[in-house]
Design a protein around this ligand. Structure first.
Ligand code: AQP
Length: 332
């Protein structure tokens, strides 16, 4: 590990298959940032975070592995980046307990994700869901990360991490770095069925999953909600459906939206969608193939994870000792 480079960290919850929003808002960028060589990158499976919604313990190991497989198949290289599992590094939980004492209750209550998820599952409004942003702050502050590549939905949480860092530093002396978010050009991909709602695992009907077969990809894209009119034009307000599809096309083909608009100047929605399906398939098929191949060597995967856990724990342990000293919790 080159410790002189600025630290970058981000996580993905182990709650099921990843979708195009996760890919374009986060994963694709993880790989680009790793390959830029500018950062020491840490990518983790946020399995503690995934416990705040109803879950089946029998499914968890598979879901954790699923995220690691997606990281590796997308191009994260464990020789360059640290790939680890959050729950294997106990300092995430320790720092959460400490930071809880500085986290304003009212601010947590007002978090958009907490409000949305509480409304969506009123029978399971638990403290884990409420405390999610503090655990996320711990995830980031523990590694002295300067940048955190995330989708737009995580900006409010990251702002809390910055607030907590500032508060703690003001009271106990410079301890934490205030992390900055890094957004992609598609920080908020919308659902295929409803372009006014974020593409989200908890609403599978609107998701394009990274594991979808070519047939399903074609069907989903051809069925995707578009707008009245015929023009292929980016107009978020009046044509949210087509604008969302244009963003997917652009991000996966590396063509600017303007170029795509020109390509389809005198063409209809059906042709545009047919081509978009091909673009998606061209990116996802090699990804799926790599994932399948990686799955065949479970032992290698376990070795990668164990090595990543160890590297992360060394960094996290050093930091938690520093933090405990600052707040007077070390007597020997
Ligand atoms: N629709 C999206 N557009 C852009 N980025 C997105 N992300 C999630 N949805 C979109 C980003 O993906 C990263 C990993 O997300 P996560 O695993 O933390 O899960 P999430 O944000 O909870 O994903 P979902 O699908 O939205 O799950 P539910 O339904 O449980 O809320 C993050 O950087 C996130 O910003």
């Amino acid at each position: 590990m080159n410790n002189k480079k600025p630290i970058l960290i981000s996580g993905v919850q182990s709650t099921g298959g990843l979708h195009a929003g996760n890919y374009l808002g986060a994963l694709q960028n993880f790989v680009a940032l790793q390959n830029s060589g500018k950062y020491q990158c840490f990518f983790f499976v946020a399995d503690y975070h995934s416990l705040n919604e109803d879950f089946n313990p029998k499914e968890k190991p598979k879901q954790i592995l699923e995220v690691v497989l997606s990281f590796l198949a997308a191009g994260i290289n464990p020789k360059e980046s640290v790939v680890f599992v959050q729950s294997a590094v106990p300092m995430h939980a320790e720092l959460t307990v400490i930071l809880n004492n500085f986290a304003p209750f009212g601010e947590l209550k007002r978090m958009a994700q907490f409000k949305d998820k509480s409304e969506a599952a009123p029978q399971n409004v638990n403290v884990g869901l409420f405390d999610y942003p503090v655990l996320m702050a711990a995830d980031v502050l523990l590694y002295d990360a300067t940048v955190v590549p995330v989708g737009e939905d995580q900006l409010q949480h990251l702002e809390l991490a910055r607030t907590l860092a500032r508060k703690f530093n003001a009271r106990f002396g410079k301890t934490f770095i205030e992390p900055k978010p890094l957004l992609t050009l598609t920080p908020r991909l919308m659902g295929l069925d409803d372009p006014n709602k974020k593409m989200s695992k908890s609403h599978p009907a609107g998701c394009l999953f990274l594991d979808d077969s070519p047939k399903v990809i074609k069907e989903k894209i051809m069925r995707a909600t578009t707008d009245s009119g015929k023009k292929i034009k980016y107009d978020e307000k009046n044509k949210p459906g087509i604008s969302n599809l244009l963003l997917i096309y652009s991000a996966l083909s590396n063509k600017p939206v303007k170029t795509i608009e020109k390509m389809y100047k005198n063409k209809g929605y059906a042709e545009f969608k047919k081509d978009l399906a091909e673009v998606v398939i061209r990116v996802l098929m090699p990804f799926q193939k790599r994932k399948k191949l990686l799955k065949t060597n479970k032992q290698k995967l376990k070795t990668i994870i164990a090595a990543g856990n160890k590297k992360a724990e060394i960094v996290a342990n050093k930091k938690i000792i520093e933090i405990k000293k600052k707040i007077g919790l070390t007597i020997i």
